[in-house]
Design a protein around this ligand. Structure first.
Ligand code: AHG
Ligand code: MN
Ligand code: MN
Length: 294
């Protein structure tokens, strides 16, 4: 079975990018091993005002240290850090990351993951400029879903830490699953219309509270993951730089799309590191539907 470095090499990725991606993928083992002794939720809040789990900070500190030691990374923008972390000024790449996505599910042992985007140059670029994106999923298997701009492939990590290909050329089918964040009574009219339209067309609700895991399901079966705007949160909850952009890049590489309900979020040049955006991501037909609703 093709290994992760073999696949990246076949895609024509440069050697330093292959090293960086394989280094990040290898962190799935220490991160996974840290869950058992980091089960608590701290009193601290992150830059988005959300309660941090011990695993949020553990994964953040761990990944920043590893990226710093690699010498390949200029800047890191992390959900758990107020400001961009400056590393090696002359290094080729910058990393955007959600070190642990879905952290409210740690307590209940449901699937959570790590989301990563890699740019050449600095962090504050539109998602369409990503050179690579990947996410690690800590489910029954540890999997790595990756793109370097040549489609999407999924790998599973074996007990020796080797990432072996499970699927190549992943395409998001026009499926009928959906998951929507927010509180139904707070949904704005456009979102409510969209959900009732797709429900009437047979869409089935599947929502766990972990964006990365919910997206992985959509990637496989098709449909849409949404975190809509509301009166209270006009830009929804999820963040453009660490969540929307890497996942949106993977979705588009799999023939799907991402939108804020009006247009692609991959075109937005971020103004602030922690800015939020409404998100609709999944099968391209679903994204056309939300964008067509007034
Ligand atoms: P994070 O754990 O990185 O803060 O992200 C949580 C996000 C996302 O993973 C999930 O889809 C969403 O928040 C869940 O929010 P609700 O509990 O409001 O549904
Ligand atoms: Mn997240
Ligand atoms: Mn997070």
């Amino acid at each position: 079975m093709t290994t992760l470095p073999e696949y990246l090499s076949k895609c024509g990725a440069p050697d330093d990018l292959i090293s960086l991606i394989t280094l990040i993928a290898a962190q799935a083992t220490p991160i996974r091993n840290a869950f058992i002794s980091n089960q608590n939720y701290a009193d601290s809040k992150n830059s988005s005002g959300e309660t941090q789990a011990e695993m949020d900070t553990w994964s953040d500190v761990h990944l920043v240290n590893i990226l710093a030691a690699s010498g390949l990374v200029r800047e890191v923008a992390s959900e758990e850090q107020e400001d961009i972390v400056k590393l090696v000024e002359t290094a080729p790449y910058s990393v955007v990351m959600d070190p642990l996505d879905g952290s409210s599910l740690i307590k209940v042992n449901l699937c959570v993951g790590t989301i990563i985007g890699i740019y050449e140059g600095g962090c504050m670029q539109a998602g369409k400029n990503l050179k690579a994106a990947l996410y690690l999923l800590y489910g029954p298997m540890t999997t790595i879903t990756v793109s370097v701009g040549k489609g999407v492939a999924v790998f599973a990590m074996d007990k020796e830490g080797c990432c072996r290909m499970l699927r190549d050329n992943v395409r998001i089918p026009e499926g009928n699953l959906y998951g929507s964040g927010g509180i139904r009574t707070e949904w704005l009219e456009k979102h409510a219309k969209f959900i009732s339209r797709i429900e009437n067309e047979g869409a089935k609700n599947r929502y766990s509270g972990s964006f990365v895991a919910d997206f992985h399901q959509i990637l496989t079966y098709g449909g849409v993951y949404a975190y809509p705007p509301s009166e209270k949160q006009p830009n929804g909850k999820l963040r453009l730089v660490f969540e929307a952009n890497p996942i949106g890049y993977l979705a588009s590489q799999a023939g799907g799309a991402i939108s804020n309900g009006v247009s692609s979020t991959l075109d937005i040049v971020p103004e602030t590191v922690h800015q939020r955006t409404p998100i609709y991501v999944g099968s391209s037909g679903m994204i056309k539907k939300i964008e067509s609703i007034e």
